[in-house]
Design a protein around this ligand. Structure first.
Ligand code: COA
Length: 249
């Protein structure tokens, strides 16, 4: 159990809140496990019609914990909870809304590609510095991002690591609404309640049709995971993790 992921219901909406603000909501293996459990429990709860992912003020999620990356690079250990979470996210059958109150880095950005409605703060920044870390895109983003925003924009984001402002993310089709940071949770919850009030059977079928073949997404997640594991062991990645962890502020 971890208190770094908080679960609360608001009527038919289950809110899964990442809660490790002192580390900008970077995700550890126990946190991935808690999020997977929360998604599965929401799927099994008939009274829950919509799921909302939220973070802390100023930080939706700073990506995977880089300390854990370094440990796994050194020990060769797998990061099984991450893969389970990505599968649960891709296979999740209930509508997903995200409230992005600030920074969304790495998986903090790529998980948004699995969401149906995203509200971001005017001050939010979306970034995926995979290449700079010696890594490659994950969470099915190598498939989903080009579909969503076209190759040119996906390349600049996922490979060049150029950040997107909230406004640019909206323009690229990643974000639905950009609002004042203080209003993000409230606006996202209102959208989640709007979705939750619709007949859930009709929403589920419509959503599945819009999302298309999930097996392709899961299979891409597995291919990315294979490359990601190799990249984690690379000298490029180890040097980048060590540099981040020993940086002077
Ligand atoms: N993994 C581990 N720790 C992280 C982290 C991550 N992904 N992101 C932030 N943190 C930690 C910082 O090390 C710092 O810890 P400390 O106070 O013990 O030194 C704390 O969170 C606050 O972060 P800080 O860098 O001081 O905040 P900032 O507002 O100046 O910058 C970020 C925020 C997110 C831009 C910056 O922390 C960053 O670049 N993080 C790495 C993001 C990343 O590359 N994620 C992986 C993508 S695959």
């Amino acid at each position: 159990m971890t208190d770094q992921v908080l679960i609360a219901d608001d009527g038919a909406v289950r809110v899964i809140r990442i809660n490790r603000p002192e580390k900008k909501n970077a995700l550890t293996q126990p946190m991935y496990a808690a999020m997977t459990r929360a998604l599965r429990e929401a799927a099994a709860a008939p009274h829950i019609h919509c799921i909302m992912l939220a973070g802390a003020p100023g930080a939706f999620c700073a990506g995977a914990d880089i300390g854990e990356f370094l440990e796994s690079a050194q020990s060769g250990a797998l990061r099984p909870r991450t893969v389970e979470f990505l599968h649960a996210l891709a296979r999740n059958g209930k509508p997903l809304v995200a409230a992005v109150g600030g920074l969304a880095v790495g998986i903090g950005t790529t998980m948004l590609l699995h969401c149906d409605y995203v509200v971001a703060a005017t001050t939010a920044t979306l970034a995926t510095p995979f290449s700079r870390l010696g890594l490659i895109p994950e969470a099915g983003s190598s498939l989903l991002a080009p579909m969503r925003m076209g190759h040119a924009r996906a390349f600049a984001l996922l490979v060049m690591g150029r950040p997107l402002s909230a406004a640019a993310a909206k323009e690229a089709g990643l974000v639905n609404e950009v609002v004042d940071a203080a209003a993000v949770d409230e606006v996202a919850l209102a959208a989640a309640q709007e979705i939750a009030a619709l007949p859930p059977g009709a929403v589920a079928v419509s959503r599945a049709l819009l999302r298309g073949a999930l097996d392709d997404v899961v299979s891409r997640i597995d291919t990315e995971t294979m490359h990601f594991r190799e990249r984690l062991q690379s000298d490029e990645a180890r040097a980048a993790f060590a540099a981040f962890l020993s940086r002077k502020k």
